[in-house]
Write a protein that binds this ligand. Sequence first.
Ligand code: HEC
Length: 167
Amino acid sequence: MRSLRLLPILALVIAGGVSTLAGQSPDRPAAFTADQAAAGRVEVQKNSFGACTNCHTTTLTGRHGDAAELPPLGSLSESDQKLIVGNGGNVPALVGPQFIARWGRRTTKDLNREFQERFAPATGGGLAAETRLDLIADCLQSSGAVPGTQPLTLATDVEIRTLTGGQ
Ligand code: HEC
């Protein structure tokens, strides 16, 4: 009897595998809401603590010394330019394959910790928790993760690639 009760689960697993094979996107777990991602999008463009898009570019795909990157490096403040040049002209991507390659095997909690530590000096204690979570939701959504009904919280500890797919 025990194995019979497992049958529906088995059927679901097989159905999931088949839909993946058929090229449809597999059902990924959701870890944030669409509202959080939308609020995060507004936040990345804000200037209060240095718009993330200035350095990480308008698409958040980072800088790799390509003259076509926007906004142009030369349009940034002298101190921002200095920081980027000091980093070899590179700014890491916060979305997409390059981001997933670096962060896919780490969790949403790890990313939250990174945001917290990174902005502590510049903002006198770090970004507000809600702001960090919104920023992370936007990065995840822009990297292919789907929003759901449960908000991202400080306790959410999900491996990032299970949300975004990819490596
Ligand atoms: C003045 C330019 C500048 C601004 C503004 C800026 N960043 Fe960065 N950021 C960098 C540089 C350069 C690096 C890579 C060097 C380093 O790790 O410090 C980086 C690294 C990061 C990393 C680590 C990524 C990784 O894979 O290691 C994260 C996350 C990040 N930034 C998020 C943000 C967010 C979110 C914002 C907006 C709130 C922001 N940054 C604003 C320049 C900037």
